[in-house]
Design a protein around this ligand. Structure first.
Ligand code: CA
Length: 262
């Protein structure tokens, strides 16, 4: 990752960077001052920065250069950042962080629903941004098959099998596939990770804090509200045919529906 790089790469240089060991960040941002802030925050960390100033250019560069992370401004001159995110998700599994204005709460939620992994609100500090990316990169791109911190996993044949079956809900952890009543459901990485976590200990109620720790990592600095947003999106996708699969335990957190545990 970044710390293995001998020297920070200069943004805009046609790098001699070894793609296998470096992290590239595509910054889609039309405001020059913000590009400077981002450049100052991230180039020290050794990330390879790529800049785009419009949604169209961002999409082109994402397709061409396959970045690991996309930092995506919501307000772009040619296209809404939400639309850019939606289109990015058609071909890339990169981590996407939406950059929103202070009063764009609604846009943040919409951003997460079209596949962004996180959001950060302007103004943000250089340190906050660098930390967000660092923590995000620590999340495995494919979830750990156990889906839960090791100390919480007891040997349990049902939940450790590669395919976990709960009534109509089937989760193939290794193949990264989810089916409901035989129909394949397309989930974002975070939605899949949340479901993997819940299904690792189906009898247990997961607190939001534990889900954050399991899915985002122990030093995640976002608030736990993000869990509710992703959980709502996950439910919209898997609760088809009138069946509910995830139970909200008021004041505590979430678990799989007992009724689904045949
Ligand atoms: Ca903007």
């Amino acid at each position: 990752m970044a710390e293995t790089l001998p020297t920070p790469d200069l943004p805009g240089s046609s790098s001699q960077i070894d793609k296998a060991t470096s992290v590239s960040v595509l910054v889609v941002e039309d405001s020059a001052p913000f590009r400077l802030v981002i450049e100052a925050s991230l180039s020290d960390a050794g990330y390879h920065l790529i800049f785009a100033t419009t949604g169209t250019e961002g999409l082109e560069k994402a397709e061409e250069l396959d970045p690991d992370v996309v930092l995506l401004d919501i307000g772009l001159p040619d296209m809404d950042g939400i639309e850019v995110c939606r289109r990015l998700r058609l071909f890339t599994d990169a981590y996407i962080i939406m950059v929103t204005g202070r009063n764009e709460e609604v846009d943040r939620l919409v951003g997460l629903s079209v596949g962004a992994d996180d959001y950060i609100a302007k103004p943000f500090s250089a340190r906050e941004l660098a930390l967000r990316i660092q923590v995000m990169l620590r999340r495995p791109r494919r979830p750990d098959p156990a889906g839960t911190p090791e100390e919480l996993v007891e040997p349990d044949n049902a939940s450790q099998a590669p395919t976990r079956v709960f009534g109509e809900l089937e989760l193939d952890v290794l193949a990264h596939e989810v089916r409901v009543a035989g129909q394949e459901i397309s989930l974002t990485k975070i939605e899949f990770d949340l479901l993997t976590a819940l299904s690792a200990r189906p009898e247990m109620v997961y607190t939001r804090e534990l889900l954050v720790e399991t899915v985002w990592g122990t030093d995640w600095i976002s608030d736990t509200h993000v869990v509710d947003v992703h959980m709502a999106n996950l439910r919209k996708k898997i609760d088809i045919g009138g069946r509910r699969h995830i139970k909200t335990v008021r004041g505590v957190g979430y678990r799989l529906m007992p009724a689904a545990l045949n």
